[in-house]
Design a protein around this ligand. Structure first.
Ligand SMILES: Cc1cc2nc3c(=O)[nH]c(=O)nc-3n(C[C@H](O)[C@H](O)[C@H](O)COP(=O)(O)OP(=O)(O)OC[C@H]3O[C@@H](n4cnc5c(N)ncnc54)[C@H](O)[C@@H]3O)c2cc1C
Length: 295
């Protein structure tokens, strides 16, 4: 690993000033689970590390106007075990629980899960399906982007030089809605996904027909993707084998997986269609249950 200087500013403004001063030489460090590995492998050699860990306010999970705000420094384990997340958005707690091992989840942060922009990560998939927004701060001010627009390419995000992810805002699902996250990982339970799918389904008042749905996938291309064509097929329909087949076909056309040690591209394409069927079935069942308990 290269030698580097280390700063641990106490405010975001201070961190942004240090990042601005050192330009390309500087890198933010949060949990360090990805960055330190990349530095050890000499894939990155930053001369300056700017830790976010002393900055207060970035480690909160809070309810805000029906949404849930999660700060960039909140760890995966904190999302997984948060009573607020478990109660309001159980699929998100479930997704974070599926990441690696407890050791990793105790260190890795929500901001790191986004900024690292690895298409094999779990949290971005569910955040896209939930319609979450990422909050970004830079010297020029604050901006917000839908999570699905945040990923530009393999390990490349919408972050401009000197910008920092400060958190995500996750909207509450409407009444009569359900969500599911399915992670297909045939090797070990702490591996990255071979294919991952998150789906949300909201039902009409009849408790059967789909009013709106969102589907997102991970590990099927250079970024996590949203499957708009498949979503469009679901609206107004009831769940059934033919519908799932059609959605699966639309998925096969939408994904472009890489051949790697987790499977061939052809295998991942087939599994993407299968996993979408499973996620939709689970989300639909949950939506039906939710519609039955609607006040
Ligand atoms: C062995 C192992 C297995 C793993 N398995 C999985 C898995 O199955 N699924 C999964 O989803 N994840 C998995 N992870 C975690 C994932 O790959 C990343 O390591 C993790 O999400 C990075 O979070 P971090 O807080 O440690 O980021 P860091 O390592 O601190 O930073 C990662 C990158 O993001 C940047 N960054 C971090 N925070 C910010 C911020 N707030 N603003 C701007 N830039 C920022 C850094 O500059 C760096 O470029 C695994 C990690 C390891 C080590």
């Amino acid at each position: 690993m290269n030698a580097f200087e280390y700063a641990a500013p106490r405010t975001l403004d201070e961190a942004l000033a240090v990042l601005g001063e050192h330009g390309d030489e500087a890198r933010v460090i949060a949990g360090g689970t990805a960055l330190v590995t990349m530095m050890r492998q000499r894939l990155l050699s930053p001369g300056y590390l700017v830790s976010l860990r002393e900055i207060s306010g970035l480690d909160r999970i809070e309810a805000a106007n029906g949404d849930v705000g999660i700060g960039a420094l909140v760890t995966h384990r904190e999302v997984e075990t948060s009573p607020l997340v478990q109660e309001r958005i159980p699929v998100l707690a479930d997704t974070f629980r599926r990441v690696a091992s407890v050791r990793i989840r105790n260190m890795a942060t929500v901001g790191g899960a986004l900024a690292h922009a690895d298409p094999n990560q779990d949290p971005p998939v569910t955040l896209i399906a939930l319609g979450a927004r990422v909050e970004i701060r830079g010297a020029g001010g604050r901006r917000e982007l839908p999570v699905e627009e945040f990923f530009h390419d393999y390990y490349e995000s919408a972050l401009e030089p000197g910008e920092v992810v400060t958190g995500v805002v996750v909207p509450r699902l409407p009444a009569a809605s359900g969500a599911a996250y399915v992670k297909f990982l045939p090797r070990t339970a702490d591996d990255y996904a071979t294919v991952a799918v998150a789906a949300t389904v909201s039902l009409e008042p009849d408790g059967e027909r789909c009013r709106a749905a969102r589907i997102a996938l991970g590990s099927v291309g250079v970024t996590p993707i949203r499957a708009l064509a498949a979503e469009g097929l679901l609206v107004g329909q009831q769940l059934g084998a033919e519908l799932l087949l059609a959605a699966g076909e639309a998925i096969t056309g939408a994904v472009d997986p890489l051949n790697d040690h987790r499977g061939s591209a052809a295998y991942k394409k087939e599994m993407a269609a299968v996993m979408v069927g499973r996620a939709l079935t689970q989300a639909w069942d949950a939506a039906r249950a939710s519609s039955r308990t609607r006040p």
